[in-house]
Design a protein around this ligand. Structure first.
Ligand code: EPZ
Length: 421
């Protein structure tokens, strides 16, 4: 079981290359199922979740080969032999549900294991199912599997009960090959949804309104191949911004898009952090103790739930107290107990955590519980006195591309210990 050993107290200085967005790469890999022609993706991040998705697609008969550059992949779904996502694979990654829409749209059938819940919540997929049924799919759930059939999906007007990122993505992909017009009301506006839409348009889809709450799709007979460069990972970028804000230092993030992080950048400036940005870079300078800043998570473009744990780690060593309110997931405070082991003072009351900033954290052994919680513990370890050992960092490897080597390159004392996976 891999662990990260961190010796805290180092300021961070230098440059960090930001990788392609995990939450764009996963739907875009699944979208390869929509066409019989090759899809080339570049800026593909090296993540466990990407490897899992490729295993899932190869299991169906999709060919996935390295492209011309190290970060490129070429996918070929011209010989799909199985329209099924088995439990063994889906249980390790909920985003496997993203094959449901494409399989139904192109092949008219799909058998996808119900994704279990996960650490941060029950995470149902009822909106995915409801939307596909509105498009004419016959769907039943049996033996833990979603079994879906549709001779040809029909366009429909669909209003999801809440904003759902992968729900929007599944329905968007299905609508591309449905007959007629589909209108998705209450659509997710996350940049990763827009990036998927741009890729689908490059494949011949007819989509308007992505990036707003209403997306309109005119279905087409088929989609052709395309090449697509994956949007930078705004959550990886935000994670590094919080790390430098906490440790102090001067770092430039390369290939980062500040326009996708406006609320996080606003809150960091409120904390007294100096941030400048250009078209594809963000410079962050931290000096002295940050000020405590309250925030509440909500759908894009509001403060992202995926940045809640990382910003809370910053608040732990800030001057003053702050209120952190999580409105998206019902159980996304598991990092609180572990941050407390580092000496943080946090009280949880339902969906709100009150963080009382302390001067110093002290290193300890802590355990990662989910992807973004592990990132917050790494930030805690970077600022704690002495050594911090973060256990179960397979959570981190799911969604961060070579985090410890990127941190070492800007001065952190951090190394991976324990048996290789
Ligand atoms: C996506 O998850 C992201 N994952 C999550 O990132 C992110 O936290 C989340 O969106 C919110 O931004 C990917 O894109 C692969 P939702 P998703 O459907 O789509 C409820 C990370 O750390 N809901 O937008 O699963 C749901 O329970 C991960 O990178 C239903 O009730 O999230 C939640 O309360 C974690 N029924 C809310 O909606 C449904 O059918 C938003 O969930 C669907 C969702």
């Amino acid at each position: 079981m891999d662990k990260l050993l961190i010796r805290g107290g180092q300021r961070l200085n230098g440059e960090v290359p930001i990788s392609g967005a995990k939450n764009a790469a996963l739907p875009e890999l699944c979208a390869a199922l929509l066409s019989a022609e090759p899809l080339t993706l570049t800026n593909v991040p090296r993540l466990q979740d990407v490897s899992t998705t490729l295993k899932l697609l190869r299991n169906m008969g999709v060919a996935a080969e390295p492209g011309a550059t190290e970060d490129a992949l070429v996918l070929d779904a011209s010989r799909v032999t199985l329209t099924e996502a088995p439990y063994e694979l889906v249980k390790t990654m909920r985003a496997s549900i993203l094959v449901l829409g494409p399989l139904l749209a192109r092949f008219g059938r799909a058998r996808v294991s119900l994704p279990g819940g996960c650490a941060i919540g029950s995470r149902p997929v009822d909106q995915h199912i409801k939307g596909l049924q509105a498009m004419g799919a016959e769907i039943r759930v049996e033996h833990g599997y979603i079994v879906a059939e549709a001779s040809r999906l029909q366009g429909a007007r669909i209003t999801t009960d809440m904003v759902t990122v992968t729900g929007t993505e599944n329905l968007l992909m299905a609508a591309c090959l449905a007959e007629g017009e589909t209108v998705l009301e209450n659509a997710a506006q996350e940049p990763e949804v827009s990036d998927l839409a741009e890729m689908l348009i490059a494949m011949g889809a007819r989509i308007e309104g992505h990036g707003t709450r209403r997306i309109t799709v005119q279905g087409v007979e088929s989609l052709h191949g395309a090449s697509h460069h994956i949007v930078p990972d705004r959550i990886e970028a935000g994670t590094f911004l919080c790390a430098v804000a906490a440790t102090g230092g001067d770092v430039v993030l390369r290939r980062a898009n500040a326009a996708h992080l406006t609320t996080v950048i606003e809150k960091l400036r409120e904390a007294g952090i100096d941030i400048e940005s250009g078209d594809d870079w963000i410079r962050v300078r931290g000096s002295g103790r940050p000020k405590a800043v309250s925030f509440r998570t909500s759908e894009y473009p509001s403060f992202p739930t995926d940045m809640q744990a990382q910003f809370m780690a910053l608040n732990c060593i800030a001057e003053g107290s702050s209120r952190v309110t999580e409105t998206i997931f019902e159980n996304r405070f598991m990092h609180v107990n572990e941050l407390t082991r580092l000496g943080a003072q946090i009280e949880v009351d339902g969906h709100t955590a009150i963080v009382h900033g302390v001067e110093r954290l002290s290193g300890a052994t802590v355990m990662a519980t989910d992807l973004r919680a592990s990132a917050s513990l790494v930030i805690g370890g970077l600022v704690a006195d002495g050594e911090t050992l973060v256990d179960r960092i397979y959570h981190l490897d799911r969604g961060y591309d070579r985090m410890e080597s990127k941190l070492r390159a800007i001065g952190a004392q951090i190394e991976r210990v324990g048996r290789a996976p």
